[in-house]
Design a protein around this ligand. Structure first.
Ligand SMILES: [Fe+2]
Ligand SMILES: [Fe+2]
Length: 291
C-alpha cells in the first residue's frame, strides 16, 4: 500500500477474475485472453487463482512474477498451494499472493488484503477454502466475518470486496453467498476447473458464480493429460502426471463498476462470464514443462 492513497478515479473500473490457471498452457492462455479482453477497454484490476500455476501443481516465485509482469494485481490459491516448497517463502515475501484465510493460524501469509489499483480504487480481496470434500480447514463463514470486520475498521476501507471460495461443493458455495449477501460485492468459486452457468445477483447486491472455470488445457481431465489420468481412474495404478496440451481455454468473469465508489454505493453495471478457446501452440513445449 502506498503511503498516500491516490485520488480515486472517476472512470468506470473493469475488474477481471480468472480461475485456476493451469501450467504453461494456462499462463499462455491467460496472456491471450487478456489481449482479447483489453480490446474492449482497459483492465484495471486482474485477480487469478494460482494454485496450479507451476506445472499444474502449486506456485513458485518465478511463475508468480511472470503473471505480475502481465498485469496480475493479486493471486489467490487453494489446496495445491504447497505442492511447491517455494510457496512457503513466497507467502512471507510477496504481498500479492494470498492463501486461504481459514487455514491454520500458524500457516505463513494471510488470506486477505486491500489492494489499491492504479487510479486509487481499492479492492478488498479474500481467499477462503471450502471444507466439504476438501482437506482440513477452519470455518470459512467465521473467517469471512472476521475479515469483513477487519476491512470495516481499515483507515482506507475497500471500495469493493471480492471473495474467492476455493471449494468443491456447490452447496457450500451457495451457503456462503447467502452469508455474504449485502456485505460483500462478489463471491466467485474456484477449484472445480469447470465454469458454471449460474452468474447471479443476489437480493442484497452480491454477485455470485459457482466457479469461474479453469484457464488451461481444454482437452484434459481438470488440466491433466487425459491418458495417464484416465488410466489411473480405470486401473488405480498411478502414472506420472502430465499437463495436458493442445487447445486451451480461457475462463474469467469481467465486472464493470461505476462511480460513485464506496462500499454500499459501488455499482456493478455489467457482469459477464468469458469462455474462449485458443488453438494449440505450434510447438509442443507445454508437454516438456516440468515446473
Ligand atoms: Fe485447481
Ligand atoms: Fe484446488
Amino acid at each position: 500500500m502506498p503511503a498516500e492513497n491516490p485520488p480515486v478515479s472517476r472512470e468506470a473500473i473493469r475488474l477481471l477474475f480468472v480461475g485456476d490457471v493451469f501450467g504453461r498452457p494456462g499462463r499462455k492462455a491467460l496472456e491471450q485472453g487478456l489481449a482479447l479482453v483489453a480490446h474492449d477497454g482497459p483492465i484495471h484490476g486482474l485477480f487469478i487463482n494460482g494454485e496450479n500455476l507451476a506445472g499444474g501443481r502449486g506456485i513458485t516465485p518465478r511463475k508468480a512474477e511472470e503473471c505480475f509482469r502481465r498485469g496480475v494485481s493479486a493471486i489467490t490459491t487453494g489446496n495445491h498451494l504447497f505442492d511447491q516448497k517455494e510457496a512457503v517463502a513466497l507467502l512471507s515475501s510477496e504481498e500479492r499472493v494470498l492463501r486461504p484465510e481459514n487455514y491454520s493460524a500458524g500457516c505463513p501469509g494471510t488470506g486477505h488484503r486491500i489492494y489499491t489499483l492504479p487510479g486509487g480504487f481499492r479492492v478488498g480481496l479474500v481467499n477462503l477454502a471450502g471444507r466439504a470434500f476438501m482437506g482440513p480447514a477452519d470455518c470459512p463463514f467465521a473467517a469471512a466475518d472476521r475479515v469483513l470486520e477487519d476491512f470495516s475498521r481499515a483507515t482506507d476501507p475497500p471500495h469493493f470486496i471480492a471473495v474467492d471460495i476455493h471449494a468443491e461443493a456447490t452447496g457450500e458455495k451457495q451457503a456462503l453467498a447467502f452469508h455474504l449477501d449485502g456485505r460483500a460485492d462478489l463471491l466467485y468459486g474456484t477449484h472445480t476447473h469447470v465454469q458454471t452457468n449460474d452468474l447471479t445477483r443476489y437480493p442484497g447486491g452480491l454477485w455470485f458464480v459457482g466457479d469461474v472455470g479453469m484457464t488451461g488445457p481444454r482437452w484434459s481431465i481438470v488440466g491433466a493429460d487425459p491418458v495417464p489420468a484416465l488410466s489411473r481412474y480405470r486401473t488405480q495404478v498411478p502414472l506420472p502426471f502430465r499437463v495436458g496440451d493442445g487447445e486451451t481455454l480461457f475462463c474469467g468473469l469481467l465486472l464493470t463498476v461505476s462511480p460513485p465508489f464506496g462500499r454500499g454505493s459501488s455499482q456493478v453495471v455489467s457482469a459477464r462470464l468469458i469462455r474462449e478457446i485458443f488453438p494449440a501452440e505450434a510447438s509442443g513445449e507445454d508437454r516438456r514443462e516440468s515446473e
